[in-house]
Design a protein around this ligand. Structure first.
Ligand code: AP5
Ligand code: ZN
Length: 215
């Protein structure tokens, strides 16, 4: 199953992707997670990316294309892949299609998770993360014990880019550079819209209803 999870910041891509990867046994590839791991480890890539991420801007295409090429050619992707946060620009989408042709794993479906701006801001302002990859929401998806990860017991933290002014810039970057990909994939006939509002479990079953066709 070869899938892109698409949508604006805060649409629920990461939340859904974690469960979908377990359910369908395919790797979850999040470029945001890869970049944040590099920032944490203090790599050269992390230092370069942080400057853009802290401002809510996109990291340059050539950096992302290199990351995704390396990741998609790892052996676990022979089972399929679930991309989250990539592609985000037309050049990234064009590069992806070349990489996927080379590894003979063409994209089957792009799920566009749709959520209104006001709700996105509420979601991002109330999000708490764990270094293990889990994410929570203070109101919509709280951990059992305040400030502590259910999965690993570590202290939760807020992402540096989940501040209101940076969130505004992330939404602008999405609208200017990423949203045009909706028509790009619609034209290829592989775009499916998903209503991303309502219960996390309900969104998950709506997505599974679509993805079950590609098992
Ligand atoms: P990235 O990490 O990809 O961030 P994003 O796209 O802004 O997406 P988010 O992780 O913020 O949102 P999400 O849709 O995963 O939502 P989540 O499930 O957490 O990228 C970060 C930065 O890295 C970018 O700004 C850029 O600088 C750089 N970057 C990454 N990829 C790049 C690329 N390809 N090119 C260039 N630069 C790149 O949910 C959000 C909150 O809502 C959570 O609290 C969650 O609990 C809650 N929630 C989820 N679902 C629901 C629901 N149904 N109802 C209520 N609450 C919900
Ligand atoms: Zn954790």
């Amino acid at each position: 199953m070869n899938v892109v999870l698409f949508g604006p910041p805060g649409a629920g891509k990461g939340t859904q992707a974690k469960e979908l990867a377990k359910h369908y046994q395919i790797p979850h590839i999040s470029t945001g997670d890869i970049l944040r791991a590099n920032v944490r480890d203090g790599t050269e890539l992390g230092r370069e990316a942080k400057e853009y991420m802290d401002k809510g801007e996109l990291v340059p295409d050539e950096v992302l294309i290199g990351i995704i090429k390396d990741r998609l050619t790892e052996s676990d992707c022979k089972a399929g892949y679930l991309l989250d946060g990539y592609p985000r620009t037309v050049p990234q989408a064009d590069a992806l299609s070349g990489i996927l042709d080379d590894i003979r794993m063409p994209l089957e479906v792009v799920l566009n998770i749709d959520v209104a701006d006001e709700e996105l801001i509420t979601r991002l302002c109330g999000r708490y993360m764990c270094t293990c990859g889990e994410s929570y929401h203070i109101k919509f998806n709280p951990p059992k014990n305040e400030g502590v990860c259910d999965a690993c017991g570590a202290q939760l933290y807020q992402r540096d880019d989940d501040k209101e002014d940076v969130i505004g810039q992330r939404l602008d970057s999405y609208k200017g550079k990423t949203q045009p990909l909706i028509d790009y994939y619609k034209d290829k006939g592989i775009l499916v819209n998903i209503d991303g509002t309502g219960e996390i479990g309900r969104v998950f079953s709506d997505i599974c209803e679509v993805l079950d066709q590609y098992k």
